[in-house]
Design a protein around this ligand. Structure first.
Ligand code: GUN
Length: 284
């Protein structure tokens, strides 16, 4: 029987700590950390995420504003909004909700965000900083995974961590965060030959493939820590992760559920990054 890694409980504890740090920051500086969230178009899932980010800011005493732009917004309008937010002293963090409508160039939009306000850590400057292990903020999902491991006293030092997935948002930065803490890291992906054998060698598995129940019991060694970053929907509309939870759980030492595992941590890390950005911007 594995110990369940409770993302909801952990997120609550971390948010309480952030809240008290925000109050201390406000008492000291007379300012509240501020986040601007930009959403283009009416994708319902994105609208829910953005609403949750706005609400989460209020709950920890942060200022936030949401900029909702129509789906046919042109590049110039979006870039000029970003320029305005870059120059706005109330705003310490800027997040442009992805994906953007097809006619907008995501790379160009991310490049327009001031790296000091890029709380997603998607700007190449911040990606480079993560690569050299000298950064103010890390992308929210891999940072949330690390926070969960720390919260449960799971030390990655010297362990073999196998990450399944190589995306710029999760897999690649996850590898860097684990390396920084002296893990031995293997990154697998859809073209990996002998994937099951590699995963079986893992002390810690991070599944970020985006395929329901991809990680089976046969792929997991006894006593492994299993972290599931996946959010998929079954044909019946139920949420499910990348791990076959019921089959894997009896073999694992620790495991994250979906929902209620990594998910609640991502917005929490966004709040942490926004506070860190506010502190950094105060320094100059
Ligand atoms: N869409 C889904 N996840 C994310 C995220 O972490 N950041 C942004 N900006 N958009 C997203």
């Amino acid at each position: 029987m594995a110990i369940l890694i409770d993302g909801k409980e952990t997120a609550k504890a971390v948010r309480e700590k952030i809240h008290s740090e925000v109050e201390a920051f406000a008492a000291e500086t007379g300012k509240r950390p501020g986040l601007a969230v930009v959403i283009v178009g009416e994708d319902p899932a994105s609208q829910v995420y953005v609403r949750n980010k706005h609400k989460a800011c209020a709950e920890v005493g942060m200022y936030s504003e949401v900029h909702e732009l129509p789906a046919d917004t042109d590049e110039e309008t979006l870039l000029s909004l970003i320029a305005r937010l870059n120059a706005d002293e109330k705003i310490n963090g800027i997040l442009v909700q992805l994906p953007l409508p097809k006619h907008l160039d995501e790379k160009k939009v991310i490049l327009a965000i001031d790296p000091k306000k890029d709380v997603d850590a998607f700007h190449p400057v911040n990606v480079g900083k993560i690569m050299i292990g000298d950064f103010t903020f890390a992308p929210c999902t891999p940072a949330g995974v690390m926070e969960l491991l720390h919260h449960y006293g799971i030390d990655v030092c010297g362990k073999h961590c196998v990450i399944i997935g190589r995306s710029n948002i999760v897999g690649k930065p996850q590898a860097m965060l684990m390396l920084k803490e002296n893990a031995t890291v293997t990154v697998c992906h859809s073209r990996t030959v002998g994937l099951a054998d590699i995963v079986r060698g893992a002390d810690i598995v991070v599944a970020a493939v985006g395929r329901p129940k991809f990680v089976t019991a046969e792929m997991v060694k006894d006593g492994a820590v299993v972290v599931d970053v996946g959010i998929n929907r079954t044909a019946e509309g139920k949420l499910c992760g990348d791990v076959d939870f019921d089959a894997v759980e009896p073999k694992a030492s620790y495991i994250t559920p979906v929902p209620g595992g990594v998910g609640p941590m991502t917005i929490t890390m966004l709040l942490k990054n926004t506070l860190a950005a506010a502190r950094e911007q105060l320094k100059k």
